[in-house]
Design a protein around this ligand. Structure first.
Ligand code: PLP
Length: 367
């Protein structure tokens, strides 16, 4: 490990070789997780970089080929690493884009995406699963329709990795963002899958690392961590998601019992096979979720569906795209379970939430 810590994978001596081998192994591990070839995996620093690169890389390549106004189609519920970035590139006069609406479950319709494609569309960027409500998008159908028209398809799979199966050929995508810290790797490392033959401009130019596509000395330790996390995610592809789902379902059942079925509803897919197994985004009638969470901040780690900034209430963009009302968003809790969540954790969390809600005058039963 010491040699890995201090040496450079590009060095031509024995220590360099060890680092180089470690990076190669990690690349294979990540490739195996998504069913790609190792030479189609490019390490990056974070999901934001992978998403930015996918968008800019395709747009810059299209502009080089003479398309003056490359058009990008994406959805209203993407992560800011997509939405803020297309906005910025539009302001710079580099592209045009369309964001497609989602339904009340946070899912986009194939025909709406197809209807947004134009002669100049060069890229469709669609997330695999949503980070707030867990909705899983019909990526494969969208990718197949877009690719029939020669359009490159990027999928932000930050949230789905390690929770549902992510195979680049099943999804039929050309570019896929893989984000380490979402499935157990250290923070600060991610990857972009680039299907062989896809035209994409390099992210960083310099010393030629990452096949000349993303120069800069590799962060060997983090890359090794990403590789190991990918290997574990593959080995535990059934066990961990199953555990997360059981814990999530128990959490929802206990909240329903405490607040009463009519007072609590899920924001997101009704059919749980269209939702990530770890995500529970629920609205509780009459609740002030932000206030509740601030009183629980040392006990329950969760988020609210709206936040108050300088006296102004702002609703999550995802919930507004799903037409969740301001009141409902104010009562929304974003909860999730993980590989280490136990039944005792769930019981403790529900007890804390119920007690805090009772202080707001809510709740049928004190757990
Ligand atoms: C869906 C999605 N995409 C992209 C990102 C950005 O990843 P990072 O924070 O590593 O830049 C996140 C992070 O929360 C995410 O949830």
């Amino acid at each position: 490990m010491e040699a890995l810590l201090f040496r450079n994978p590009s060095s031509g001596h024995v220590y360099g070789d060890k680092c180089n081998k470690a990076v190669r192994t990690a690349r294979e591990q990540v490739a195996n997780l998504v069913g790609a070839r190792p030479d189609e995996i490019y390490f990056t620093s974070c999901g934001t970089e992978s998403n930015n690169w996918a968008i800019w890389g395709v747009v810059a390549s299209a502009r080089k080929r003479g398309i003056e106004w490359p058009h990008v189609v994406t959805t209203q519920v993407e992560h800011p690493a997509v939405l803020r970035y297309v906005e910025a590139l539009r302001e710079q006069g580099l592209l045009r884009y369309t964001t497609v609406a989602v339904n009340e479950e946070g899912i986009v319709a194939l025909e709406d995406v197809v209807g947004a494609l134009t002669q100049d569309t060069v890229l469709v960027s669609i997330m695999h699963a949503n980070n707030e409500v867990g909705s899983i998008q019909p990526v494969q159908q969208i990718a197949t329709a877009a690719k029939r028209k020669g359009i490159v398809v990027h999928c932000d799979a930050a949230q789905s990795m390690g929770k549902i199966d992510v195979q680049v050929d099943d999804l039929n995508v050309d570019l896929l963002s893989i984000v380490g810290h979402k499935f157990g790797a250290p923070k600060g490392v991610a990857a972009l899958y680039i299907r062989s033959g896809v035209q994409l401009e390099p992210m960083l130019r310099g010393g030629g690392q990452e096949a000349g596509m993303r120069a800069g000395t590799e962060n060997v330790l983090l890359v090794v961590g990403l590789g190991k996390a990918a290997e574990l995610a593959r080995l535990e592809a059934v066990k961990i998601p199953c555990h997360m789902e059981q814990m999530r379902d128990k959490l929802f059942a206990m909240l329903q019992e405490s607040f009463g079925q009519g007072a609590i509803a899920v924001n997101g897919p009704k059919d749980s096979s269209c939702c990530l197994p770890n995500t529970l985004n629920v609205r509780i009638s009459g609740l002030d979720a932000a206030q509740l969470l601030s009183s629980l901040r040392n006990k329950v780690a969760a988020s609210a569906g709206s936040a108050c900034h300088s006296g102004k209430n702002s609703i999550s963009e995802v919930l507004s795209a799903m037409k969740v009302s301001e009141d409902q968003a104010r009562g929304t809790l974003r909860l999730s379970t993980g590989r280490h969540t136990t039944k005792a954790d769930i019981e403790f969390a529900v007890k804390c939430i119920v007690e805090a809600a009772a202080k707001q005058g809510l709740c049928n039963k004190i757990a």
